[in-house]
Design a protein around this ligand. Structure first.
Ligand SMILES: *Cc1c(COP(=O)(O)O)cnc(C)c1O
Length: 385
């Protein structure tokens, strides 16, 4: 089936996506309503199985959202006060929030300017500094697959092995991305994703999933997701959460996963190729490393400076075209983390990116003529500067 392209430029066209899959999705929702089984059930089991085989891991446990997924991973490893968790400085707030929730300390690390992902040289420096100070124990590296491209896991794994740490892959934006023939969600000791509506694979509310090859952890995760259950949820053997994926959301995701695999992932890559061509030599376009594949949670360019960026954004807006700044503020500058000791005086790349990045409309239903239109407006602004 060929994807029909829309006329309006939406940042992420969820209405259009629904229209394309309306019959199947409506039917899936109706089945849940008729069965009146709203928590757990067959749809959740089937979705977990399909996700397991798509991602290529032994276990998938769905949960309420991507933030819970990260927290549950940290709880599974008993990460607590006195533990250091290393996180890219350029990411969504959740990645650091969960560290504070379990009482551990976030250590923010600069990112690579080209890939936007964690810089392993800065990471090693940060680990060494924490060890030298001797107050915290380095335990976990949270590597984020920002904007859809997996982090450089060969390098991250080397450091994790060297310093005896776990890798938690935050694939909230990376679902569908890959390195060679390995899919995002399979690179961490535990990996997580989010099904927030605007993510590469989104549901119609909140949702998340946790992936691991480790059977023991998988069992623990299943327990933590349901009030620390033992034999059943009225047999409580540890403190857990109430974090489950609703049956309705699982039914929707099952339908959307098929479309995602069959059409949407290729379609977003085609859109990215068009942008690359139309924006070439005008702004810095995203760099995807050789052998890496992005699922394009965002198509994020770098403008020359923040002045030009706001002119571009205003000009686009005047033409009815939305754009977003992901992210305005480095993690280490978030007020919520003002109590967290800064190990690093420098976050040069993150600081520079926060001044210059701009995310453009990106979704599988974006027409080439609209990519061309958006790009022309940007070209015009840049050539006038
Ligand atoms: C969206 C996102 C999350 C959190 O997912 P929710 O489902 O919204 O809780 C975590 N990490 C990153 C990088 C994200 O983009």
């Amino acid at each position: 089936m060929i994807i029909k392209k829309g006329i309006h430029v939406e940042f992420r066209d969820l209405k259009r996506q629904y229209q394309e899959n309306q019959i199947a999705i409506n039917k899936a929702i109706q089945t849940v309503l008729q069965d009146a089984c709203f928590i757990g059930g067959q749809q959740v089991c089937e979705l977990e199985q399909e996700l397991t085989s798509y991602v290529g891991v032994k276990n998938c446990i769905t949960c309420a959202n991507g933030t819970d997924a990260l927290q549950i991973a940290l709880m599974t490893w008993n990460i607590k006060e006195g533990d250091a968790v290393f996180i890219p400085d350029f990411t969504f707030f959740s990645s650091g929030e969960v560290v504070s929730l379990v009482g551990a300390t976030s250590i923010f690390v600069d990112v690579c300017e080209d890939t936007y992902n964690i810089d392993t040289d800065s990471l090693e420096d940060a680990i060494e500094q924490v060890l030298e100070e001797g107050r915290l124990i380095p335990r976990v590296i949270i590597a984020v697959d920002l904007f859809g491209q997996p982090a450089e896991y060969t390098k991250v794994r080397k450091l994790a092995d060297q310093y005896n740490m776990y890798i938690l892959e935050d694939a909230a934006q990376g679902f569908g991305g890959s390195i060679g023939d390995r899919k995002a969600g399979s690179f961490g000791d535990i990996s997580t994703t989010s099904f927030f509506p605007a993510k590469p694979l989104g549901c119609y509310g909140d949702g998340g999933a946790i992936f691991t090859d480790n059977e023991e952890w998988a069992e623990l995760i299943r327990s933590i997701c349901v009030h620390g259950k033992g034999r059943n949820k009225y047999d409580n053997i540890r403190i857990g959460l109430n974090s489950r994926l609703d049956t309705v959301q699982a039914a929707i995701l099952k339908e959307k996963l098929h479309t995602f695999i069959e059409r949407e992932l290729d379609a977003v890559n085609e859109v990215a190729d068009w942008y690359d061509v139309y924006l070439c030599n005008c702004v810095i376009t995203p760099i995807i490393l050789p052998d890496f594949q992005s699922s394009w949670a965002q198509y994020t360019i770098q403008c020359a400076d923040s002045q030009i960026r706001s002119t571009i954004q205003d000009t686009l807006k005047a033409e009815g075209i939305p754009s977003m700044i992901y992210y305005q503020k480095p993690m280490h500058k978030q007020l919520a983390f003002s109590g967290v000791k800064q190990y690093f005086g420098y976050y040069e790349n993150t600081e520079r990116l926060c001044e210059r990045v701009l995310s453009l409309p990106m979704h599988p239903y974006l027409a080439e003529e609209n990519v061309e239109k958006v790009s022309k407006i940007i070209r015009n602004v840049v050539s006038k500067e």
